[in-house]
Design a protein around this ligand. Structure first.
Ligand SMILES: O=C(O)CCC(=O)C(=O)O
Ligand SMILES: [Fe+2]
Length: 345
């Protein structure tokens, strides 16, 4: 059955200001050369078209670990609506709620509000990044979210559910096909599901312009750890990926597109055929230094009881063996060989 487009009737909800994307940079900077997949081609009746799509996916995830996805079932207007909801929260939650709902990373998750004053209660370093993270319990208990968002939680849940059960499921189908496994292999065996977002979470983040000191890095180089990270493309260019030639390059704004990157677990499960790529957030180019950067991210998680080991039955792995070109799988192997227990974060 072909994928259904995203639909939600929000006409009865309180009005909120629309999201108007800022101007993209006009400076000529070093862009990452990322591939773009047309996800609607997965439904093509022509097997050659689908084969090409799987091949492009295979190249992108092996070489870049990042790729753009277009035609995944949402219009630009529907995507902008989600950004508008994110911004509305930061503009309307109360100071009391910022304190009451503050996250506590020492609990092992990032649920709730992240203040501009940095990580953890110790307030050691001001990073000027505000965040609001939504986990499964917040969709069930609205006391865990700011009051201004109560009328919109059903809409946000609907969006997250579509992104998870339709978009991410189709992406994982492509990844399963690359490994030559049944379509829903990764979705069924690896992906955390249910309760809107499983064990993953939705993040709205607001990067305020940064003045004064700082070394220009706003989020240090890291790899994400789940299955896929779904980032909706934003006009302020601050995200950089570490390219194959070991150079940091900016990711270009691609209106309406979804930027996907793969987490560490998939690098291990694929025996290195998939790459979890290092990325970081830095200051944008000079003509965007004063711009606020709003980001909308869905971190798709892995089932918490998953055994972290390569999927040996995957025909691709059986035929071609391991790939040790990345950073995560070689580190995993070294730990295994040293007899250490490797667990999920
Ligand atoms: O804001 C972004 O564009 C990326 C943030 C990121 O990489 C992360 O939170 O893991
Ligand atoms: Fe990340």
């Amino acid at each position: 059955m072909p994928a259904q487009p995203y639909e939600f009737d929000n006409s009865g909800l309180p009005p909120i200001p629309p999201y108007v994307p800022g101007k993209p940079t006009s400076l000529d900077i070093d862009w990452a050369d990322l591939r773009e997949l047309d996800l609607s081609l997965l439904d093509s009746p022509d097997p050659e078209v689908v084969k090409r799509l799987v091949k492009t996916t295979a190249q992108a995830i092996r070489e870049d670990g990042f790729l753009f996805v277009k035609n995944y079932g949402m219009t630009l207007e529907q995507v902008h609506r989600q950004f508008a909801l994110g911004k509305y929260c930061f503009d309307n939650m109360t100071e009391e709620e910022k304190v009451r709902l503050e996250w506590d990373p020492s609990l092992g998750h990032y649920q709730g509000y992240k203040p501009r004053s940095g990580w953890g209660k110790a307030r050691l370093s001001v990073d000027d990044i505000e965040g609001m993270n939504y986990y499964a319990p917040q969709f069930a208990d609205h006391n865990l979210v700011p009051k201004c968002m109560h009328p919109f939680m059903e809409e946000i849940a609907h969006f997250v559910d579509y992104a998870s059960t339709s978009i991410n499921r189709r992406l994982l189908c492509l990844l399963s096909r690359v490994l030559e496994l049944p379509d829903d292999y990764i979705y069924d065996h690896v992906q955390s599901k249910g309760d809107v977002i499983g064990e993953g979470y939705l993040r709205h983040a607001l990067y305020h312009p940064q003045h004064g000191e700082g070394n220009g890095v706003r989020l240090y180089g890291h790899t994400d750890y789940g299955t896929t990270t779904m980032l909706w493309s934003v006009p302020v260019s601050a995200l950089m990926v570490l390219s194959r030639d070991n150079k940091w390059r900016y990711v270009k704004y691609n209106p309406g597109a979804l930027l996907i990157n793969l987490g560490e677990v998939l690098e291990v499960l694929s025996a290195g055929h998939f790459k979890a790529t290092l990325h970081r957030v830095v200051l944008p180019p000079d003509d965007q230094l004063e711009a606020e950067r709003l980001s909308l991210i869905l971190f798709q998680a892995v089932k918490s009881d998953l055994t972290l080991q390569p999927i040996e039955e995957a025909p691709l792995i059986q035929r071609e063996g391991e790939v040790l070109a990345g950073t995560v799988f070689p580190a995993y192997k070294a730990l295994m060989e040293a007899g250490l227990k490797v667990s999920l974060p």
